[in-house]
Design a binder for this molecule. Structure first.
Ligand SMILES: Nc1ncnc2c1ncn2[C@@H]1O[C@H](COP(=O)(O)OP(=O)(O)OP(=O)(O)O)[C@@H](O)[C@H]1O
Length: 256
């Protein structure tokens, strides 16, 4: 399948070239080639266990790069941690950790390389603005674990927004979310993209993938295939585990 519009590697927010990623010595995905340009939203789709999270984790050092290269904003991923903000799957977090929503967002301002590592007034202002953007300014002092799943996901997005990174990585941001939280996240992702942030998100929701992203990357059988979202979704055979959803989507397309 032909790749969509090419972005020069030097300008890319994220670039994977012939990358093998996995855990220890076992590759989950091999020969992944993917470029995400500033301001572009790319959806990672694929069945459970296909390797979507692994690809995202490899960018932030939580999975291994076994071959090839991954660069973020032109630098090797391991040297570019501050350039990428990562939003993990919300159900992987310990909700009992005793921190407020505001504390979690403020973590987005933490920079290990900053001299003295102090929290500055600007950091607090940026964090407060991020919490406001996701509609949770009134929950700043609420303990993270007492928020609903959707609100927790929005707090995590606010943390990533506060990081002001060039690249936003989101792992299943819409899983089990209420409609309000889903709408807030969609709006914020569009706003981020409009201001030049690149977004790579994994999702099982093909409708949202199509609405948000003009490019999709299908992960299947240890490989990644990238192309225009419409084309990728149209070619999803039922063996990819998307039978009925893909068929519904196809039927719902304008003009059909
Ligand atoms: N920490 C780990 N160590 C070893 N193998 C792992 C680890 N995490 C995941 N895997 C394996 O890597 C493969 C891909 O898993 P991954 O979580 O990336 O899939 P996914 O596409 O994100 O799935 P889902 O949609 O269910 O979240 C699976 O076989 C999984 O068992």
């Amino acid at each position: 399948m032909a790749e969509p519009t090419r972005t020069p590697v030097a300008d890319a927010a994220l670039h994977l070239a012939q990358a093998d990623v996995g855990y220890r010595r076992r590759a989950v995905l091999t020969n992944v080639n993917l470029t995400v340009a500033p301001g572009q939203i790319v959806a990672l789709v694929g069945a459970n266990g296909a390797g979507k999270s692994t690809l995202i984790k490899a960018v932030v050092g939580l999975a291994d790069i076994l071959a090839g290269t991954i660069t973020v904003a032109g630098r090797a991923a391991r040297h570019a941690r501050g350039a990428a903000a990562y939003v993990p799957q919300v159900d992987t977090l310990d909700a009992d950790f005793p921190v407020t929503a505001a504390d979690v967002v403020l973590m987005g301002r933490y920079q290990p390389t900053r001299w003295l590592r102090q929290i500055r007034p600007t950091d607090r202002a940026v964090a407060a603005d991020a919490l406001e953007r996701v509609g949770l300014a009134d929950r700043a002092r609420t303990r993270f674990g007492l928020l609903s799943g959707g609100q927790r996901q929005r707090v995590l997005l606010a943390r990533a927004i506060a990081a002001q990174a060039r690249l936003m990585l989101m792992d299943e941001p819409f899983n089990g979310l209420d409609v309000t939280s889903q709408d807030v996240i969609v709006t914020q992702l569009r706003d981020l993209a409009a201001t030049g942030t690149a977004v790579l998100l994994s999702t099982h929701d093909l409708r949202l993938a199509r609405d948000l992203a003009d490019t999709a990357c299908l992960i299947h059988g240890g490989r990644a295939v990238t192309g225009p979202t419409e084309q990728i979704l149209a070619e999803l055979p039922s063996t990819y585990g998307y039978g009925s959803q893909a068929a519904d989507l196809h039927a719902a397309r304008p003009g059909r």
